[in-house]
Design a protein. Structure first.
Lengths: 498, 356
């Protein structure tokens, strides 16, 4: 009855328990959603099934037979196919060539014959695609169809789709769902990894919700409401906040974002008319599942991504499209999202500390080494950075790297602080330190924009919470009204509150 | 079942231990010796004697020692030139063409500055060569900064273009009228670099090379422009995030790089050949890439690496002359040593550990 059974799967990465005794059962001919926030363990579980990871413990059964899957090759042999967001296609080759690539044993390629067999497979599975088309000329949705066809051509009976809609436009999503329904009729079993509630409820038969590496439960899609599933997915107690409510009767907006739009690296709109304001002494938390435009929002405000429309104001002064150094001068404290990309990790701690304000340490083009050293010593002491001034930054722990960045930004007492994912990948001690620093800055009167995928963090620190979904702010709530259920519904795009 | 795997593996370690550093040159020599000893034996020569002539003998007499310095002069300049670019993450492979651009300028200025006192003519030639090298470096640099065109390809292709330009000039307007050789007319005496030591080939260009090394050190470590260069070279996104103008820094570094390569051309024309000739550079521009890399993109490293290359260049000739073995044996040894040195440079960042 079950085509795949995963029993008590545990997978660790260092200290992180990505899958904690996870049980997962897939029926023949069903579309089964794996739902959860980022880092809940969905993708890890499916990578275990596809042979990309080896479980630390647990049993996998395919068609009631216990199997050990060493590699994707083994998985394919067992009839398992996986399509990720990152397609493994060769752009200059045709669809047919891509489909048979690595699956064709004869030395001589008979172009006409492979095109015919790929066309035949496409017809049989109801995947609409021209086998002669060059992959480079295809849209993202069509490329995804090629990937699906590739798996089916290899006789997959179990198809794993990892966030298949993340890269698609709505019309393509419709087409994908049609294909999936057709495949279901043919008796295929599909695992649909997602964090978007409305898609999951539209297409799937059953839903397994994961949270923090554990299964919260498996439900029949028709028997639950979106609200119930959202609560399962987020499912926290409202957090015991470490923030003290301050009463600012007349809040003065310091950072104002007005109708901000921007495109992503593929030149598609990724920020759609974002508007909000952050006041003096306020932390505005931006919650949302990763990949909904948070990264681009931070980049655009920080001057490393060009806005296509809209305005960024700091204390009423228009800083839209200004260079990073102008922004720093205007009082914008910018903490980069990626520590490794935000600092030149091969330079010393000292050099990184002064990099943003080189002009102040330069006399006639020459570096004032004495002043630089003095400045670095002061900051290392003040921010308790465990490093010597001349240590290469790369050799520092993640927590100390983040302290270097915080020191660089906070030492200037900026009026506005942009903090995207400030505690990602840090241990508990360092996380507490960073949060404490942000709260101190709030106390000082800074306007802080905290962007985080960690809901605990958002709930612990924010005065107000805005939720981002597909490049839009879909709702803004005061912290006191932010219940997990409401946040969950907003984060998964089920509702909008304005 | 998994196949039985080799019980040891290489693991990347962040920093090589300090005690390794002085050991590395010794290891390079030893490895090269082991690899080439067989070859030398087949040429019926004693490998130990051959290595004596290769590495020790050039340093044992004043004449050959000065020759080592002569050989390292253009290498110092191209090494510094390439380092400027590489330190900024701009992979200028075009020092060879930029060198010839400077050489053309020098050959021309050497004629037109005939009546001018040397104290004025020689600085003018150096400036002229710098500007010419810079001009030749400008096109690829602009393409990189404005349109993100890969500089490795463009600078390399510019070398070929320059080779044909030089050939066209030498076979056309500048063909020597008396001998008919493809070489430019001799430059005026007052524009020739003076000798540092009488009756040797060691000329003023060596001082220029030392100054270039000093300038490199000064800019990289003492100026804010140098820190910006290194920041851009080591982490472009981070440099941009911190407010450094990445495009301008890259452009400036690329132009300085081209200019210094141009000076290498001036030094060869005014110090050694006194003509522009097609074989002016023995691939000094490309060797500069190796020197910059082996020198770890810092001034002292580049200085040591260019002296070392001067030594093995001289040694290769000494061996063949003293032992009657073919010249190519010296060249082969040189090439093997290069590969071994590059390999060691890479491998010093790894440790051998037993598989768990």
């Amino acid at each position: 009855m079950f085509i795949v059974e995963m029993q008590s799967i545990t997978k660790r990465f260092g200290d992180l328990l990505a899958n904690d005794h996870v049980n997962f059962e897939l029926r023949k001919g069903e579309i089964h959603a794996l739902l959860g926030e980022n880092g809940a363990g969905k993708t890890t579980l499916m990578r275990v099934l596809y042979g990309l990871y080896h479980p630390d413990s647990g049993v996998i059964k395919v068609k009631d037979r216990p199997v050990v899957i060493h590699s994707p090759k083994d998985a394919i042999q067992l009839g398992i196919g996986m399509v990720t967001q990152h397609f493994a296609l060769v752009p200059p080759l045709t669809v047919a060539e891509n489909v048979v690539l690595g699956y064709q044993n004869s030395f001589v390629l008979n172009q006409a014959q492979i095109e015919e067999s790929v066309a035949e497979a496409a017809r049989r599975f109801g995947v609409e695609i021209n086998p002669k088309a060059i992959v480079r000329h295809l849209s993202v949705g069509q490329r995804q169809r090629v990937e699906i066809l590739k798996a089916l051509y290899r006789n997959a009976e179990i198809l794993i789709l990892d966030e298949p809609t993340a890269v698609l436009i709505p019309q393509e999503v419709e087409a994908l769902f049609e294909t999936l329904n057709h495949l279901k009729q043919e008796g295929l079993s599909v695992v649909f990894i997602s964090h978007k509630l409305h898609e999951v409820t539209q297409i799937t038969d059953r839903i397994t919700v994961l949270r923090d590496g554990r299964v919260v439960g498996t439900v029949n899609t028709t028997e639950v409401t979106q609200k119930e599933v959202a609560a399962m997915m987020v499912g926290r107690e409202t957090f015991g906040v470490s923030r003290i409510d301050t009463d600012t009767s007349d809040p003065k907006p310091v950072l104002e974002i007005i109708d901000l739009c921007a495109n992503d690296d593929k030149n598609l709109p990724v920020l759609k008319n974002i508007s909000f304001a952050v006041s003096e002494g306020e932390i505005l938390g931006i919650a949302g599942v990763g990949g909904n435009g948070q990264k681009e929002l931070a980049e655009t405000i920080c001057g490393v991504r060009r806005p296509t429309a809209g305005k960024v104001l700091v204390e009423g002064q228009d800083v839209t499209g200004k260079s990073p150094s102008d922004l720093t001068r205007a009082g914008l404290g910018r903490i980069p999202e990626d520590r490794h990309e935000g600092m030149v990790i091969h330079l010393t701690v000292t050099e990184n500390l002064v990099l943003e304000h080189l002009d102040e340490f330069t006399r006639n083009g020459m570096l004032d080494h004495k002043a630089i050293r003095q400045y670095a010593d002061d900051l290392i002491q003040k921010f308790q950075i465990k490093a010597k001034p001349n240590d290469i930054t790369r050799t520092l722990s993640g927590g100390n790297m983040q302290k270097v960045l915080l020191a660089r930004v906070l030492a200037r007492n900026p009026k506005v602080i942009i903090a995207p994912q400030p505690t990602r990948g840090l241990d508990i001690g360092a996380t507490d330190y960073v949060r404490q620093q942000l709260l101190e800055q709030r106390q000082r009167g800074a306007a802080i924009l905290l962007i985080s995928e960690d809901l605990d963090e958002i709930l612990a620190l924010s005065d107000r919470i805005a939720v981002m979904y597909e490049g839009e702010i879909v709702g803004t709530l005061p912290a006191s009204e932010a219940t997990p259920e409401r946040l969950g519904l907003l984060m998964s795009g089920a509702v909008k509150e304005h | 079942m998994e196949a039985k795997r080799f019980p040891y593996q290489l693991v990347k370690s962040n920093t090589p231990p300090l005690w390794m550093r002085p050991l590395i040159p010794v290891l390079i020599l030893l490895t090269t010796f082991l690899i080439t000893a067989g070859l030398i034996l087949t040429a019926q020569a004693n490998p130990f004697r051959a290595y004596y002539f290769f590495l020790i003998s050039p340093l044992s007499s004043q004449v050959s020692f000065l020759e080592v310095l002569v050989k390292s002069t253009p290498l110092m300049l191209t090494g510094v030139a390439v380092t400027f670019a590489f330190a900024t993450g701009y992979y200028n492979i075009g020092a060879e063409g930029q060198l010839y651009a400077g050489a053309i300028a020098a050959a021309w200025l050497g004629i037109v500055l005939g009546g001018v006192p040397a104290a004025i003519a020689i600085p003018l030639m150096i400036i002229g060569g710098f500007l010419a090298g810079m001009a030749w470096a400008l096109i690829p640099a602009l393409l990189k900064v404005r349109l993100a065109v890969d500089e490795v390809v463009t600078t390399l292709l510019m070398n070929s273009i320059m080779a044909y330009i030089v050939s066209a000039i030498l076979n056309g307007p500048w063909r020597d009228p008396t001998s008919g050789w493809p070489q430019s007319p001799e430059i005026a005496e007052n524009t020739m670099f003076f000798k540092l030591i009488p009756r040797s080939r060691l000329h003023f260009g060596f001082i220029v090379g030392i100054v270039a090394i000093a300038v490199l050190w000064f800019i990289l470590t003492q100026t804010s422009f140098g820190l910006k260069m290194r920041a851009v070279g080591l982490g472009k996104p981070a440099a941009q995030f911190a407010g450094i103008n990445v495009g301008r820094t890259t452009l400036l570094a690329a132009l300085i790089s081209g200019g210094i390569a141009g000076i290498a051309g001036v030094s060869e024309v005014a110090g050694i050949q006194y003509h522009l000739i097609g074989d002016l550079s023995a691939n000094y521009g490309y060797t500069g890439v190796i020197i910059a890399t082996l020198g770890g993109l810092n001034a002292i490293g580049v200085f040591v690496a260019s002296l070392f290359f001067g030594l093995i260049d001289t040694g290769a000739q000494t061996v063949s002359r003293a032992m009657g073995v073919p010249v190519y044996l010296g060249q082969v040894t040189q090439a093997v040593m290069l590969l071994v040195a590059l390999g060691m440079y890479l491998l010093q960042r790894y440790r051998i550990v037993r598989r768990a």
